[in-house]
Design a protein. Structure first.
Length: 191
């Protein structure tokens, strides 16, 4: 299946979800994330501020905002800048995504864990995004554990990938967690 066919299929499936199904799936996925050592031991975590068709991160961020240091991406040209999450300092930015404001960007190398949204994933950790390459450019330069999250129907046996595509270390859906690479929080130190 070609990338655009996968994007179309997933878009159609997501559009059929009821609000209750979306909420139940988000709770299941983020509950599984909370159980991973990568999350439990991480202090600096980059999340995403969810769009309507993505697993909602709102309750998860609210639950953990006083226990973890969360960061969100902000689009700057063709790249992502990483800023601290503060729900009082979000504004609608590029692509109608709520983005953090300010100039207190952090070095992506300071992140322990990155929770990555996507259109689709496969069992080898390949990720299909929306086609702009923002996350691939960011993820190419970090050692943080990368966990993709999505609905079960976003998981394929195989999706097309290219050399510049960055694989996830794990993929979590509401029915399970697929570990592709070591997701211990100390992998960047070689432990």
């Amino acid at each position: 299946m070609e990338k655009e066919d996968i994007r179309r299929k997933v878009k159609n499936l997501r559009s059929m979800l009821l609000d209750a199904e979306k909420e139940k799936a988000a709770e299941a996925v983020f509950s599984k994330l909370e159980e991973t050592a990568a999350f439990l031991l991480a202090d600096h975590i980059m999340m995403y501020h969810s769009l309507e068709d993505e697993l909602s991160t709102i309750k998860f961020l609210a639950k953990w905002k006083n226990k973890k240091h969360f960061y969100l991406p902000r689009v700057n040209g063709v790249n992502l800048e990483i800023l601290p999450y503060d729900e009082t300092r979000l504004e609608l930015g590029a692509f109608h995504i709520e983005e953090p404001q300010g100039d207190n960007m952090i070095d992506p190398e300071d992140l322990d864990l990155i929770v990555v949204p996507g259109v689709a994933y496969d069992r080898k950790g390949n990720r299909l995004g929306r086609g702009k390459g923002f996350y691939d450019r960011l993820l190419a330069n970090v050692q943080a554990t990368k966990i993709g999250v999505g609905y079960e129907f976003q998981l394929f046996d195989e999706i097309p990938s290219e050399p510049h595509d960055i694989r996830m270390d794990a993929v979590i859906t509401q029915t399970g967690c697929i570990i592709i690479h070591d997701i211990s929080p100390h992998k960047k130190q070689g432990i």
